[in-house]
Design a protein around this ligand. Structure first.
Ligand SMILES: Cc1cc2nc3c(=O)[nH]c(=O)nc-3n(C[C@H](O)[C@H](O)[C@H](O)COP(=O)(O)O)c2cc1C
Length: 190
């Protein structure tokens, strides 16, 4: 059994779709309980976070960084940092933005450092990049070539019904499944 929590912010629904995909991936691992938490509402779910074996952080990239709303959550966890209550939990991250790059890597780095400050163990995406040869296509998983976490790209003229595209949703599922699998391995036997 493993508990996986996903804390995310989404201003316009695209990163929420990515978060749902991460949750789908985590739930695909038998014995996993998944809790989806909006960053703005995290304090009401603080107990679920404390009980989690793994916490996956997700935010849209705004102005080359995690969104201000997600940063507000990060800063509010200072009181948890003080006691290192999340130490040795698994951590992972995902981000979404309009441009192919859009400086998304900076957001993932922010999330990884955030996890490190809490003494957490960072889980990478663990999926080789695709869409990087004449034989590959943009419809493949990890089409954006990320290692640190899951990236998604949402066209700025499409709503969350269409964007991010299926390849990025599948990439997010892979991250969720990887974290849940590892959390199950590390969780104490019931
Ligand atoms: C204030 C603001 C800043 C943005 N900055 C970036 C950026 O730096 N790079 C990028 O590729 N897209 C940027 N975008 C586009 C968003 O990342 C994109 O629309 C994303 O899908 C929004 O996710 P959400 O619907 O979960 O809020 C920005 C959007 C907003 C509103």
């Amino acid at each position: 059994m493993a508990n996986v929590a996903i804390v995310y912010h989404s201003g316009f629904g695209h990163t929420a779709v990515q978060a749902d995909s991460v949750a789908t991936g985590a739930r695909s691992v038998p014995g996993t309980t998944v809790t989806l938490i909006k960053a703005e509402e995290w304090e009401a779910q603080a107990e679920a976070l404390d009980a989690a074996d793994a916490i996956i952080f997700g935010a849209p990239t705004y102005m080359g960084s995690v969104s201000a709303q997600f940063k507000t959550f990060m800063d509010a966890t200072g009181k948890i940092w003080y006691t290192q209550k999340w130490k040795d939990k698994l951590a992972a991250g995902f981000t979404n933005s309009a441009s192919q790059s859009g400086d998304k890597l900076n957001s993932l780095i922010q999330l990884a450092i955030f996890g490190a400050q809490h003494g957490m163990i960072w889980v990478s995406l663990g999926e080789l990049p695709q869409n990087n040869s004449s034989q590959s296509s943009p419809d493949t998983v990890n089409r954006l070539g990320s290692f640190l976490g899951a990236m998604a790209q949402s066209n700025n003229d499409q709503g969350p019904d269409l964007a991010p595209p299926p390849a990025d949703r599948k990439t997010a599922e892979i991250l969720g499944a990887r974290v849940a699998t590892l959390a199950k391995k590390l969780a104490p036997a019931a």
